[in-house]
Design a protein around this ligand. Structure first.
Ligand code: ATP
Length: 451
């Protein structure tokens, strides 16, 4: 009898979809279906969200990572199957550049480091190609190879429970006949599910508008995605939500969504498209722009660099509170940086914000007339005040200073669910206990009819 030797493979891929259709998570589900008989999954497929500010992303800058075990003699076949699936699935488009990376055994430190930087920086295709060539068992790309960046990042960012927070998402997929049509489900079952399972599930309903958020709007194959703390709860959630159209399949992903992972590695460096975290002192009052966006100016503590800060219209209550900031208030700002060439200034697009210090502000007004109680007016520079009504005059009077009541608190501000970016940790998760291990459930992927 010959003993079969198993090999551990880490597989990462990205950039297979375009706005015209498809989705890299859907491709992951197809690949899982194809290789499941040949391999053992040692982890859920990971859906890793990288730097949300890079301009060439399709939607949420998500990449996929697998950790699997397979007999040594099957390795080549598994890789060929995945390459073929990518080739036949990807949407040719000038902005679609699929990349696949395969690591055997331990994940090299250089890939782990790269994955941390992928959360906050803009990385180059050259660096990704170099790492893929020198530190990976195999790699493959179409087009300019940009997908290798996300592929490497999804391998390196393995969401080890010892040092990283993580969540899950169950994604269900439509049958191809329904792609592009309006998604139909029994809406009340979504509210029912959220009421029953919250806070084990999150971001299904917008807390300010009560709008259902689980269904995307585009032509992609996703029917709905439900986010939560544990996979078993997501299966339960999915059994409560009733679709009004036949579905194809589903898969549960382990993910860094809702964890603030990017902010854990961010700092106050100012570079176009980088993730920013730093203390800012407000220098100019907010302005409301056309479209309802709020813009204000501040300087970064320590560097003294001036930046703009922006809060966008869909962030509703968040934006309203940002609009109450005044010069000398201090905030810990979290967001993405965009450089505005025309204005020669960097703008931090706020994803969340902690108000640290609320400064005192005063309004000055003329004193009241001691004779007739009418408010007096200035008698000229350093000449005191005079009363227009009774003619009283006093050259020694000073302006009265009254403290303005600031309708703002020291607090953490996070936009409501509908305006939140994937990586941002929602309020609801702040009270959830950190998971110590990955709990595997049976049926973490299946044809939908088996649910
Ligand atoms: P979807 O969420 O629908 O799967 P997407 O928003 O993930 O789509 P992609 O089409 O995958 O967008 O495009 C993102 C591209 O950016 C990929 O090629 C990915 O490798 C690359 N990328 C990811 N992170 C970085 C980074 N930090 N620096 C540079 N490029 C990056």
């Amino acid at each position: 009898m010959t003993l079969q030797r198993d090999t551990i493979l880490h597989i990462g891929f990205d950039d297979t979809d375009s706005l015209q259709g498809s989705c890299t998570t859907h491709l992951a589900t197809i690949i899982i279906e194809e290789i499941d008989a040949q391999v053992t999954f040692l982890d859920y497929p990971r859906l890793i969200r990288n730097n949300p500010n890079i301009p060439w992303k399709t939607r949420g800058n998500g990449a996929i990572g697998f950790t699997i075990k397979t007999p040594e003699e099957e390795v080549d076949q598994v890789i060929v199957t995945i390459k073929k699936s990518i080739e036949s699935y990807y949407q040719p488009d000038e902005n679609t550049n699929p990349g696949l990376v395969v690591v055997k055994g331990n994940i090299p430190e250089i890939i782990k480091e790269f994955s941390k930087r992928a959360l906050i920086e803009v990385l180059s295709i050259e660096e990704a190609k170099d790492i893929a060539t020198n530190h990976c068992f195999d790699h493959y790309f179409i087009g300019n190879g940009r997908g290798l960046i996300g592929g490497l990042a999804a391998i390196g960012n393995n969401l080890n429970p010892r040092n990283e927070d993580f969540t899950y998402e169950i994604l269900t997929y439509r049958i191809p006949d329904n792609y592009g049509t309006k998604r139909r489900l029994e809406e009340e079952t979504v509210y029912e599910m959220d009421n029953k399972l919250s806070p084990e599930v999150f971001n299904n309903i917008d807390e300010e508008t009560n709008k259902i958020l689980i269904c995307p709007a585009g032509p992609d194959p996703v029917f709905y995605g439900i986010r939560g703390e544990e996979a078993d709860k997501l299966l339960e959630a999915s059994s409560i939500v009733k679709p009004k159209e036949p579905l194809d399949n589903y898969c549960i992903f382990r993910t860094n969504q809702g964890t603030d992972q990017h902010f854990n590695y961010a700092d106050n460096q100012v570079e176009n498209f980088r993730v920013f975290k730093g203390i800012i002192q407000i220098t100019k009052k907010p302005q409301v722009l056309l479209g309802g966006h709020i813009i204000l100016q501040g300087k970064i503590e320590h560097s003294e660099k001036l930046v703009d800060l922006a809060a966008f219209e869909p962030s509703k209550g968040f934006k309203k509170k940002i609009n109450k900031l005044l010069p000398n208030d201090r905030i810990l700002a979290y967001g993405g940086i965009k450089y505005k060439k025309e204005l020669k200034i960097h703008t931090i697009q706020l994803e969340k914000c902690e108000i640290l210090t609320i400064s005192d502000h005063y309004k000055e007004s003329s004193p009241y007339c001691p004779k007739c109680s009418k408010r007096m007016t200035s008698a000229g520079r350093n000449k005191g005040h005079k009363c227009k009504k009774c003619g009283f005059k006093d050259s020694n009077t000073q302006k009265i200073k009254t403290k303005i009541e600031r309708k703002i608190d020291i607090e953490l501000l996070i936009p409501p669910a509908q305006a939140q970016r994937h990586l941002v940790k929602p309020h609801r998760r702040y009270t959830v206990k950190r998971k110590e291990r990955v709990k595997f459930v049976e049926n973490w992927w299946k044809k939908y009819t088996n649910l």
